[in-house]
Design a protein around this ligand. Structure first.
Ligand SMILES: Cc1ncc(COP(=O)(O)O)c(C=O)c1O
Length: 482
C-alpha cells in the first residue's frame, strides 16, 4: 500500500500519523489486537522522525485506540468502548412558555468562578487563544486611526468590516450588498432584533431541541412561547421533522410564527444539517410564510471536509434572517456579531439603533484588519484542527470513564459534547456536586423548556487540553456513578 504524509499540509505531521492508523483500522488493514508498525519502521516508511511517530502513537493511546505493551510494541486495542449517541426525544404537540431565566441566572452566577475547571461555558477560542494577533491588530488600528477609532461608528456598522463579511458570503455563494448587513453586539443582539422583526409577544417560536439556552431565555424575555422540535444527533433537523411539527399542531393551537434553527452546527448536539434538508426546510417555511432565523455562530467550526452553507442561500422570498458573530472564532468579549437580511436590513438597522446605538468601532475595525490580512482564515483553520483533536480526546476519556449506559454525542463541529446519563442521575445535582469539586458543567435542564434533559449535561472541549481536564472528567464520572 502506498502511504505518505502531506509535508505541505497545515495539519501537524503527528496528527497525520494518527489519521493514517485510524484510516488503516477503518479500511480493515489493521484489526483489533493487531500489532501496528514499530516507531522506527513507520518513521523510515514515511520519511519522518521517530519522535514525530512517537507523538502520534501517544495521541492514539490517549484516544484509547492503541496500547503500548512493554518490550512488545504498540497494538490496536482489542476492545474499544464506543458509546451510543443520545436518543432523539418524542415530539411534543403544544407550545409552552419558557420559565428558565432564574435557573440560567443561578448557573451563570456559579460557572464563571475563575478557579473552576471551565467545562460549562462554550468558548472555543480558549483552545487556541488568538489574543496576541488581535492585540497586534488593535494596536495598529489605534496608531493609524488615533482617536477616531475610539468614537462612535456608523450606526449600521463599520463599512470595511461589512465588506469583508460580504466577501466571505460571496465565497459561500451568497451574493449580497454590504448594506444588507447590520453589525450587532454579538449574535445574541442579532437574534433579538430578528425575533422582534418577525414576531410579537404571545407568538409561537419553533426551535430545535435540545436548544441553546440563550435562545430560550430570549424567547422568554420577549414574552413568546416555544415549540420544540427534536433534533437527530447526527444529521440535525430534517425537513420531515419540520413538516411533521407544522402539521401535528392541534387545530385550536396557535400557529408557529417563526423558527430559530442552527443551520450549520447545532449547540449542544454538534449535529450538522444536511444541505438538501436545509434547502427543503427553507422552501417549506417560505411556502407557508413562516420566517426562519438562522443561527450560524458555529458554521466555521466544522470538522468535516467543507462548511455548511447559509440557509440564506436558498431563500426565495427573503424570509430568512441570518445571525452570526465572531464570538466563537475570535473573541466573545469583542461582542461583534451581525444580521444579514436583504429584505429586513433597513428595519433591523432602526431596531439596532434603538436598542444599543452602535457596536464598538475599535473592535469592528480590529476585526476588519484581522480579516483583511488573511490571519483570521488561517487562525480558524488551525482552531478547527485543535477543537477536533480535543473532541476526540474528550470523547475517548468519557467513553473510558463514564458508566457504559451513558450516551455521548459525536459532534460534527463546534466545541461541546452532550452526555445523556442514566435517568437516575439528576444533572442539576451533578452540576452542584461538580462545582464543589471545582468543575463547572452545564446542566441539561437549561436546554429545554420542559424537564426532558434533566439527566443530561453539556461539556465544553473549548479548553487548553491539560492533565487537569483529564482528571476533571474522571472525577465527574465518579460523581455520575455515585
Ligand atoms: C447557538 C448559539 N447562538 C448564539 C450564541 C450567542 O453568541 P454571541 O456571544 O455572539 O452573542 C451562542 C453563544 O454561546 C450560541 O451558542
Amino acid at each position: 500500500m502506498e502511504i505518505a504524509l502531506d509535508q505541505q499540509s497545515e495539519r501537524f505531521l503527528y496528527h497525520q500519523v494518527v489519521d493514517l492508523i485510524c484510516d488503516m483500522q477503518q479500511k480493515g488493514t489493521l484489526r483489533p489486537g493487531d500489532r501496528i508498525p514499530s516507531l522506527r519502521q513507520l518513521a523510515e516508511r514515511l520519511d519522518i522522525s521517530v519522535p514525530t511517530v512517537k507523538q502520534g502513537y501517544l495521541e492514539l493511546e490517549r484516544l484509547g485506540l492503541v496500547e503500548a505493551r512493554p518490550k512488545s510494541g504498540y497494538f490496536l486495542c482489542a476492545s474499544q468502548a464506543r458509546m451510543n449517541t443520545p436518543r432523539k426525544p418524542k415530539q411534543t404537540t403544544y407550545a409552552v412558555p419558557v420559565g428558565r431565566q432564574e435557573m440560567i441566572e443561578q448557573v451563570h452566577a456559579n460557572v464563571h468562578q475563575r478557579s473552576a475547571l471551565p467545562l460549562a461555558i462554550c468558548n472555543p477560542v480558549s483552545a487556541l487563544p488568538p489574543h496576541k494577533a488581535l492585540a497586534r491588530n488593535m494596536r495598529r488600528v489605534i496608531s493609524l486611526a488615533g482617536e477616531q477609532a475610539l468614537g462612535y461608528g456608523p450606526l449600521n456598522g463599520f463599512l470595511p468590516l461589512r465588506r469583508q463579511l460580504a466577501f466571505r458570503y460571496l465565497d459561500m455563494g451568497v451574493m449580497m450588498d454590504p448594506e444588507q448587513l447590520v453589525i450587532t453586539n454579538g449574535a445574541q443582539e442579532a437574534l433579538t432584533i430578528a425575533l422582534m422583526l418577525l414576531a410579537k409577544p404571545g407568538d409561537v417560536i419553533a426551535v430545535e431541541s435540545p436548544c441553546y439556552f440563550g435562545i430560550l431565555e430570549l424567547i422568554e424575555g420577549l414574552g413568546m412561547l416555544v415549540y420544540e422540535i427534536p433534533v437527530c444527533p447526527d444529521d440535525g433537523l430534517t425537513a420531515d421533522d419540520v413538516q411533521r411539527a407544522l402539521d401535528s399542531q392541534p387545530v385550536d393551537a396557535q400557529p408557529i410564527k417563526a423558527c430559530i434553527f442552527s443551520t450549520s452546527i447545532t449547540n449542544p448536539l454538534g449535529a450538522k444539517l444536511q444541505e438538501e434538508n436545509k434547502k427543503a426546510i427553507v422552501e417549506l417555511l417560505e411556502s407557508r410564510d413562516i420566517g426562519l432565523i438562522e443561527d450560524d455562530v458555529y458554521g466555521d467550526l466544522y470538522f468535516g471536509e467543507s462548511r455548511g452553507l447559509p440557509a440564506q442561500l436558498y431563500s426565495q422570498k427573503g424570509l430568512v434572517i441570518t445571525c452570526s458573530s465572531f464570538s466563537k472564532t475570535a473573541a466573545p468579549s469583542h461582542r461583534i456579531g451581525w444580521l444579514l437580511s436583504p429584505r429586513f436590513a433597513p428595519q433591523a438597522a432602526r431596531l439596532k439603533r434603538a436598542l444599543s446605538c452602535t457596536s464598538s468601532l475599535l473592535n469592528q475595525w480590529t476585526m476588519s484588519e484581522y480579516m483583511a490580512s488573511g490571519e483570521y482564515e488561517r487562525y480558524v483553520r488551525q482552531l478547527r484542527e485543535v477543537l477536533k483533536l480535543n473532541m476526540q480526546r474528550m470523547k475517548a476519556k468519557v467513553e473510558a470513564a463514564f458508566p457504559k449506559e451513558t450516551r455521548v454525542s459525536s459532534p460534527h463541529g463546534g466545541a461541546v459534547l452532550w452526555l445523556e446519563l442514566s435517568r437516575k442521575v439528576n444533572g442539576a445535582q451533578l452540576f452542584q456536586q461538580a462545582l464543589e469539586q471545582g468543575i463547572s458543567v452545564m446542566p441539561g435542564t437549561l436546554f429545554s423548556a420542559s424537564d426532558k434533559y434533566r439527566h443530561c449535561i453539556r461539556l465544553s472541549y473549548g479548553v487548553s487540553w491539560t492533565l487537569d481536564v483529564e482528571k476533571g472528567i474522571e472525577r465527574l464520572s465518579l460523581l455520575a456513578r455515585s
